[in-house]
Design a protein around this ligand. Structure first.
Ligand code: ZN
Ligand code: ZN
Length: 376
C-alpha cells in the first residue's frame, strides 16, 4: 500500500537512464532526507544518537560529511529539476536540504553532557544507510546479475523498514546479542586461550576468527532451516523474490539476534576484542555483498570465498538447491558437511519460498512465526 503510493507519488513513465534526471532526483531526495535526519540528530543527540557509538565519532569529519550531503542534495536537485518533467524528487531533495540548512546545518552545537540512554540509533541508521548505499548501489546499477531488476523492485519499502528495525533499537539489539557471550565469558574463564591466540600474527588470528564464526554460523543457520519452529523465523529472510543489498536486511528480529548472539559466543570466548571488532566490520560488508544484484564473479576464487552467485543459490526457490549453501564466508564449509550446491556459471531463475506463502509487510511478518502453525 505505502509502497504503491510512494511509487506513484515519486515515479513517472519517463525513461530512467543516466541523463534523464531520474538518478539525480533519487539521489537528491535520498541525500536531502539523510541531511535532515543528521541535523535532527545534532539537535537532539541525547535521544537520537547511540551512546555506544558517540565516543568514536570524529565530529569535525562528521560535520564535513553532513555539509557535503546537503550540498549534494541541492546540486543534484537542481540538475534533476532541469532535466526531468516531473519535479517531485528534485523538490523533495531541495526542501529537505533547505530545512536542514535552516535548522542550523552541520554547525549545530552539541550542548551539555549526554547520558547513557535510552536512545534511538538514528545516527547509526543514517550512517550505515549512506555507507551501504555508496558502496553497493553503484555496483548493482553498473554490473547487475539481473539487469531488468530495478533498484525499486517489489517490496523495497518493506526491506527499508527491516533496515530501520535493526538500526533504530541498536541499544536493545546489541544488549541481547551480547548477552549470551558476556554471561558465558564471565563463567568460563579461558583467558589463556585468548592470550595464546593474541601472540599469532594479526592476519592469522583474523582468518581463524572468520573460520570459527562461519562454522558457528553454519550450524545455527542449518538449525534455522531444519527445526520447524525456527524455520518460521528464518522463512522471512527467504521470502524475498528478488535479491539486492537491502534484501539482505530482511530478517526476523529473533533470527537476527539469535544467529548473531551464537556466533559471538565462540568468538568472544577465544579471540581478543580487536579481532572481534574487525570481524564485525568484515561480516557486515561480506554478508551484504553476497545478497547484491551483482553479476561479475572471480571464477578461480569461487571454491575459496563466497561471492554473490553462491548465496543467491541459497535463496532460490528451485528444488535442486533447497537447504544448500549455509555458509556465509567459505564454500568449503558446505562441501565439508555435504550441503554444497553451485552449478557452473548459472544464476537461479526464481527466488523465494517454494512451499509457503508469507504475508506482506513488516508487522505481519513479525507475528508470522508465532501464528504459522494455524496457517499451515
Ligand atoms: Zn537460509
Ligand atoms: Zn541471505
Amino acid at each position: 500500500m505505502l509502497e504503491q503510493k510512494l511509487n506513484e507519488f515519486f515515479g513517472d513513465e519517463a525513461p530512467t537512464g543516466f541523463g534523464t534526471g531520474w538518478w539525480s532526483g533519487v539521489l537528491s531526495a535520498f541525500f536531502g532526507l539523510l541531511a535532515f535526519g543528521a541535523v535532527l540528530t545534532l539537535h537532539f543527540p541525547g535521544v537520537l544518537s547511540s551512546p555506544e557509538l558517540r565516543p568514536y565519532y570524529p565530529m569535525y569529519f562528521m560535520r564535513l560529511l553532513i555539509q557535503a550531503v546537503i550540498v549534494a542534495a541541492i546540486v543534484l536537485g537542481v540538475a534533476s529539476a532541469m532535466l526531468r518533467r516531473k519535479k517531485v524528487l528534485a523538490l523533495t531533495g531541495l526542501l529537505f536540504s533547505l530545512a536542514a540548512t535552516l535548522l542550523g546545518g552541520s554547525s549545530v552545537p552539541i550542548n551539555g553532557t549526554l547520558g547513557a540512554g535510552p536512545a534511538i540509533g538514528l545516527d547509526w541508521f543514517l550512517l550505515d544507510m549512506l555507507l551501504m548505499t555508496l558502496i553497493f548501489s553503484p555496483i548493482e546499477v553498473l554490473w547487475p546479475a539481473y539487469p531488468k531488476q530495478s533498484v525499486f523492485r517489489n517490496e523495497w519499502v518493506t526491506d527499508i523498514v527491516y533496515f530501520l528495525s535493526t538500526h533504530l533499537p541498536i541499544q536493545l539489539t546489541s544488549f541481547l546479542i551480547l548477552l549470551p557471550a558476556t554471561q558465558l565469558t564471565a563463567v568460563l574463564n579461558i583467558a589463556s586461550v585468548t592470550a595464546a591466540i593474541s601472540h599469532l600474527p594479526w592476519l592469522v588470528q583474523f582468518f581463524l576468527a572468520v573460520v570459527v564464526a562461519d562454522v558457528a554460523e553454519y550450524w545455527i543457520h542449518r538449525a534455522f532451516h531444519e527445526v520447524p519452529f525456527l524455520w518460521g523465523f528464518h522463512a522471512i529472510h527467504h521470502s524475498s523474490k528478488a535479491l539486492d543489498w537491502i534484501a539482505g536486511s530482511r530478517s526476523h528480529l529473533v533470527d537476527d539476534v539469535v544467529v548473531r548472539a551464537f556466533i559471538l559466543v565462540p568468538m568472544m570466548l577465544v579471540f581478543p576484542h580487536n579481532i572481534n571488532v574487525a570481524y564485525l566490520f568484515f561480516v557486515t560488508l561480506h554478508a551484504t555483498w553476497t545478497h547484491c544484484n551483482f553479476g561479475p564473479t572471480i571464477k578461480w576464487l569461487e571454491p575459496f570465498i563466497i561471492q554473490p552467485r553462491y548465496h543467491h543459490w541459497h535463496h532460490t526457490s528451485q528444488k535442486e538447491a533447497i537447504d544448500k549453501n549455509y555458509a556465509i564466508h567459505f564454500p568449503w564449509i558446505d562441501k565439508l558437511f555435504g550441503t554444497h550446491y553451485l552449478p557452473e556459471d548459472k544464476w537461479p531463475d526464481t527466488y523465494g519460498l517454494n512451499k509457503e506463502d508469507i504475508p506482506a509487510g513488516f508487522w505481519a511478518q513479525f507475528v508470522y512465526p508465532f501464528t504459522r502453525k494455524k496457517a499451515v
